[in-house]
Design a protein around this ligand. Structure first.
Ligand code: NZQ
Ligand code: ZN
Length: 390
């Protein structure tokens, strides 16, 4: 196992009716900005419940709505202005990954005096993190199980065709309220996205090369098997509490640092997928469902041992040559995504061979030239992957 430091300071408050803890989780005299998306929280009653709780103290509460899926820098800057003008000192994100991610960017940017007037530079620090101290504290009431944003310190923000990951040591939410019932109102396709995003987060940290990280492997396998067990069920019967609760917890645990500690991590599927969302607006999870099988076919030699382990432990594949078993595991994965209503080819989303050069140009622009657990996914490999995905 590799050396690691693991620290996750987010308090999780999980279950039915847990919004009742909200008042006690936010400092008594905080000036709070509630951030939200396009309005789903008004239709499903979540905003009402949040406001009712906040009304139990006489804090000043402001609101900022309109954070779009794949949140835009320009939208978030409007919230940054409100935070600066009103002296807001606590952010409460109520929504899905886009709202939570966008709120992290607001938390970093609003107090960053050294970046006033040149805030967009904060988009380009990548995995090393933004050099801003004393970011604003934030909490979340999460309404979409997918990204893990409720328990990690990452966010993804878009400016033009740049969809950039943004990190800061201070943007772990202080708390996240996860009430599975708050996700009942999701459209089926968003639930399917959540299952696939969680699945791919897990395999980006599991299907790499072995370092004898047994706890990490067994935990990843537990998440993957749970997703296969409950995936279709929770799409078809959204109010089956237990299935949904399991999806919510798997999503959070798949990307909170736990299963990735001490093991190699890939993330090439995500980085190529981000370019596809930035250029063509395809939902995040759908880009992953396209890139993952192709990536595994192209890099089956580098991932051989873990792909065989994955095939055997997740799908019970034990017969045939190694190559046959690997191909069978990839086909099973595609079948699983398809069974959720998520398609797995570039052409399913209207992309053609001629579009590949634009995706490659964006990868080059963003210096995504040495991706994967081995740093061997250069533009040539990315091209091969995209051609395989057609
Ligand atoms: O905006 P509203 O009206 O709230 O509607 C949203 C949105 O249209 C809707 N929705 C959310 N909760 C709902 C609901 N509709 C009904 N009932 C509810 N309870 O769902 C739509 C999609 O929401 P969005 O937040 O965009 O989806 P998701 O949670 O999948 O987040 C995707 C974003 O997260 C980033 C992605 O790149 C993308 O920008 N990611 C963030 C990560 C992280 N922070 O660690 C990791 C991921 O790999 C990912 O890259
Ligand atoms: Zn993802």
């Amino acid at each position: 196992m590799n050396n690691f430091v693991f620290c996750n300071p987010t308090k999780i408050v999980f279950g039915k009716g847990q919004v009742q803890q909200l008042n006690s989780l936010i400092p008594e005299n905080a000036k709070v900005l509630i951030t939200y998306g396009g309005g789903s929280i008004f239709k499903n009653g979540v905003m009402n419940a949040v406001k009712e709780e906040l009304a139990k103290s006489d804090r000043k509460v402001f609101e900022f709505g309109g954070i779009e899926p794949n949140p835009k820098f320009e939208t978030l800057m409007k919230a940054v202005e409100i935070v600066r003008k009103e002296g807001i000192d606590f952010l409460l994100a109520v929504g899905g990954g886009s709202v939570m991610d966008g709120t992290k960017f607001i938390a970093i940017t609003a107090p960053a005096k050294e970046f006033y007037g040149k805030e967009e530079e904060l988009l380009y620090f990548g995995a090393k993190g933004t050099p801003v101290k004393n970011v604003l504290p934030l909490g979340t009431v999460a309404t979409l199980p997918a990204t893990g944003s409720e328990m990690n310190n990452g966010g993804v923000v878009t400016k033009g065709t740049d969809k950039m990951p943004v990190f800061n040591a201070g943007t772990f939410p202080v708390f996240s309220i996860l009430d599975p019932e708050y996700t009942y109102s999701l459209p089926a396709t968003q639930v399917a996205n959540g299952v696939v995003d969680t699945f791919v987060h897990t395999v980006e940290q599991y299907v790499t090369y072995p370092v004898d990280g047994r706890f990490q492997d067994r935990t990843s396998e537990g998440i993957l098997q749970t997703l296969i067990e409950i995936g279709s069920k929770t799409i078809e019967d959204p109010k089956d509490y237990d299935s949904r609760a399991n999806l919510v917890w798997c999503s959070t645990m798949a990307l909170n640092g736990l299963i990735g500690s001490g093991v190699p991590q890939d993330w090439s599927v995500h980085m190529i997928g981000h370019e596809m969302t930035a250029l063509y607006g395809i939902d995040h999870a759908k880009t992953l469902a396209v890139v993952l099988p192709a990536m595994w076919r192209v890099r089956k030699d580098q991932k051989r041992e873990k792909l065989l382990q994955y095939g055997e432990r997740i799908f019970g594949i034990t017969s045939g040559s190694e190559d046959e078993r690997i191909e069978a595991a990839i086909v099973k994965t595609e079948e699983f995504f398809n069974s959720l209503g998520i398609k797995t080819r570039l052409s399913d989303y209207g992309l053609k061979s001629a579009d590949i050069k634009d995706i490659l140009a964006n990868l080059e622009k963003h210096k995504m030239l040495a991706l994967s657990e081995r740093g061997d996914v250069d533009l040539k490999v990315s091209e091969q992957v995209l051609k395989t995905a057609l």
